[in-house]
Design a protein around this ligand. Sequence first.
Ligand SMILES: [Zn+2]
Length: 151
Amino acid sequence: MASLSQLNPYHCDQCGAANVVAAPVLYQQGTHSYSTRFYSGTTQSFSAKAAAPPDPRGYGRPLLLWGIPICFTLFWGFVGLVGILDHSKSAMTLGNTVVTLLLIGSICICGMLLNFRRIARYNQQIYPKLQWNWEHTYFCRRCGRFRLISP
Ligand SMILES: [Zn+2]
């Protein structure tokens, strides 16, 4: 058995079955796209869902999460600032609020940039490894075990 496993690494090391399939193949076989006159989409088998490839992280969600408070604080901060500059005496009491709003806005911008940097680092360093692992993962059709086989 040992010599057989050395000759052919593509077998399940739990049950010994040679009926293993690569995760990308399993994913492809279990994913079907359809389109009718009104709808289009994809259906996935349970095993295809389990064998789904890793996703790179997107920028949309942090942009939305940070963007809303940034727009809010900067907009009202500048409105207050313009108010102070126009009628300096009556709007002087707004000074602290304007400073606070602009400060919060700046902190949110820093937070968003840090978040973007973390996402970029994940997509450049971690995601390729996960993708490589996925491409070299095999699924046993007999016992249902996923296993990473590196050549
Ligand atoms: Zn197996």
